[in-house]
Design a protein around this ligand. Structure first.
Ligand code: ZN
Ligand code: ZN
Length: 286
């Protein structure tokens, strides 16, 4: 079984009810944090997960809303670890990730210096191990395999999606993307597809061009549902709601997805949890 928890279902627009984009994936005793938006560690704490419990951090792309709390994850993991040797945190992301991590640590160099000076048992900066990838198998440890494929969020490029597999169960995390063949292929036959979505019907009429621009490079609810149908996934999990999903409107969003996907649809508030079991996938037709 793979357990998916939507830690943050928000977007770049601050919302009192929703943390920024991040999803927790737990499989085979391993805990993966996918993106690290605003407030991620507070939400993770609500399900008993601390920065120290993370097996690896996976980044779909380097848009600010998906990496807002990267510094918090790195520093909190470092200062909150009391074992003698802290292993480096594996961080897997698209090209550019190493520079972002390096610059984040640079921005925090005063803090890191203060803590090393103050605590005798902190002698080195937060250890990280960054791997930049665009495709292929990127993880294989104790029965958990992770694959990566390119997505299409241009002009943000490169961007990637992840497929986590464990004991016959599989979950694909699309990140921000328009429909594309590489995502279809990555998601083919998966137990669940976690997809970020926007409501084009609500965004298109807005007067600000800068807001309307976001329709260019995201999938609408219907497009995410069409991707799920083409790929033959078992469960479609919607997140990163733009505009924010207003309480009471869940069924409107679900109904839009249901126009293009006739299996299980999951959406909701932060901390919504979905269990993905082996065998819920439906093999795609073609
Ligand atoms: Zn983005
Ligand atoms: Zn985003």
């Amino acid at each position: 079984m793979i357990e998916v928890t939507l830690l943050g279902t928000g977007s770049p627009i601050p919302d009192p009810r929703r943390a920024g984009p991040s999803t927790l994936v737990r499989a085979g005793g391993q805990t993966f944090l996918v993106d690290c938006g605003r407030g991620v560690l507070q939400r993770a704490a609500a399900v008993g997960v601390s920065a120290n419990n993370l097996t690896a951090l996976l980044l779909t792309h380097l848009h600010s809303d998906h990496i807002t709390d990267l510094g918090d994850v790195l520093i909190t993991r470092w200062v909150g670890n009391f074992a003698p040797d802290l292993t480096p945190l594996p961080i897997i992301g698209p090209p550019g990730t190493a520079e972002v991590v390096e610059n984040t640590l640079k921005a925090l160099q005063f803090d890191i210096g203060y803590r090393i000076a103050h605590h005798a048992d902190l002698t080195t900066p937060p250890p990280v191990e960054v791997e930049e990838v665009t495709e292929g198998v990127v993880w294989g440890r104790d029965g958990v395999r992770i694959l990566v494929a390119p997505t299409d969020h241009r002009p943000v490029a490169p961007t990637i999606g992840f497929r986590v597999e464990h004991n016959g169960a599989s979950v694909v995390l699309a990140g921000d993307t328009v429909p594309c063949p590489t995502l279809d292929e990555l998601a083919a036959g998966a137990g669940a597809l976690v997809h970020t979505v926007i409501r084009k019907d609500l965004i298109d009429p807005m007067p600000m061009q800068r807001i309307r621009d976001i329709c260019d490079y995201h999938s609408s609810v219907q497009q995410a549902a069409e991707t799920a149908t083409r790929a033959g996934v078992g469960i479609l999990i919607l997140t990163h709601y733009v505009p924010a999903l207003v309480p009471g409107q869940e069924e409107d969003w679900r109904a839009l997805a249901a126009t293009a996907f006739d299996r299980q649809i999951e959406l909701g508030d932060d901390l919504h949890r979905v269990e993905v079991h082996p065998g819920v996938c439906v093999k795609p037709a073609g």
